[in-house]
Design a protein around this ligand. Structure first.
Ligand code: GDP
Length: 357
């Protein structure tokens, strides 16, 4: 037997690195991955907020390896998710969302609810900042043992934020949070996005002078399960009461909701903490009704189906636009349209025919 023989045992003790240097490394890292994710899952299920934060950071990461880990974590948590009420909260900047969430969330947390506050903020990708970023505005809630606050990830598209928020919801629920408050500013499609991932949708409004319905975005009234007129205190109380009547009248004009629920109008003062309990009572009433009729789970199922299709659409769209051939041809077709050399449909047909999956 020569030393060079493949049967030589002495040589055979080190083949792993010789034959495939990356293999041992991969085995090691995959073992490490398993341990980390299993451990993280356990900690999250035990309600460890630090682990929950770590898990969310993993979800928000764009590193491919993190993506794998995040998917495993979400999958581990999924069987423990779902047991919550997801409440969407929207309103223009300055309406008092942070102050309201601080008051409402603290009320719930004081009553033994486990409250997680998340945000969907497409503007953060432009400004680099984020709503909820200024946690000092939620001082009591942020330090409450029953609460968890997570600002919106910045530097992402609405589609990206939507995906991470959906997954974050799963992690929060697995960690035992039973009341989720998901805040958004009324920018672009962000309200529709939040509406399609929540059970109850709350619109915060202010009483203004004159026509209350002016400036209200199309479609938002149909989405709202409750309109809450905030800052109903001091001199603002009377105008707020007037606004309430006006909104009530307006809501009557809309067709009945599929859920059988009639949207309600309430008054709050987030700073004086009035009307807060009533908002919660209303949500409890809603939950009872839609759970009785089966609409609650039906709606969640529809949302899941919607997000499945949405995810596929996003994925296909991205693949198409990132295709090197398309990247080359698209500007040319746009130019051809400018010069009236082609029609949009002809150009689209050409581009699609050139796209190779
Ligand atoms: P956001 O931009 O919607 O999150 O609004 P904020 O919560 O930051 O509130 C904007 C301003 O309105 C702050 O100065 C708050 O103190 C004030 N504010 C919020 N809620 C109320 C309220 O119920 N009554 C009064 N008088 N002021 C409020």
């Amino acid at each position: 037997m020569t030393k060079k023989s493949a049967l030589n045992e002495a040589e055979g003790t080190r083949p792993a690195s010789g034959i495939n240097p990356g293999a041992a490394q991969r085995v090691r890292s995959s073992r490490k991955k398993e341990i980390v994710i299993e451990e993280l899952t356990r900690e999250i299920l035990a309600g460890n907020k630090r682990a929950l934060s770590q898990g969310i950071t993993l979800i928000e990461s764009r590193q491919p390896l993190h993506g794998e880990k995040a998917a495993a974590l979400v999958e581990n948590c999924l069987p423990y998710a779902n047991k919550s009420i997801r409440i969407g909260i929207t309103g223009v900047p300055g309406v008092g969302k942070s102050t309201f969430i601080e008051a409402f969330g603290t009320f719930l947390a004081d009553h033994g609810k486990k409250v997680a506050v998340l945000a969907v903020d497409p503007t953060s990708s432009v400004t680099g900042g984020s709503i909820l970023g200024d946690k000092t505005r939620m001082e009591t809630l942020v330090n409450h043992e029953n609460a968890f606050i997570r600002p919106s990830p910045s530097g992402d598209s609405l589609g990206g934020v939507a995906k991470t928020t959906r997954e974050t919801i799963i992690l929060c629920e697995a960690a035992g949070f039973d009341t989720l408050l998901i805040e958004t500013v009324g920018v672009g499609q962000s309200e529709t996005t939040v509406h399609s991932m929540t059970d109850f949708f709350l619109l915060l409004k202010l009483a203004g002078a004159g026509d209350e319905l002016q400036g209200i975005k199309r479609g938002i009234m149909e989405m709202a399960d409750a309109i809450v007129i905030n800052k109903a205190d001091g001199e603002n109380l009377k105008p707020a009461e007037k606004a309430r009547s006006e909104f009530r009248r307006a809501l009557h004009l809309y067709p009945a909701k599929e859920s059988g629920w009639t949207p309600k109008v309430l008054l709050t003062s987030a700073t004086e903490k009035t009307g807060i309990k009533e908002v919660w009572q209303l949500i409890v009433e809603y939950e009872q009704l839609v759970k009785e009729t089966g609409h609650f789970s039906q709606k969640r199922q529809n949302q899941n189906k919607f997000w499945l299709l949405q995810t596929i659409n996003e994925h296909l769209k991205n693949r198409f636009y990132q295709d090197p051939e398309i990247k080359k041809l698209l500007p040319k077709q746009l130019e051809a349209i400018e010069k009236n050399e082609t029609t949009p449909f002809e150009a689209a047909a050409l581009l699609l025919s050139k796209y190779r999956d």
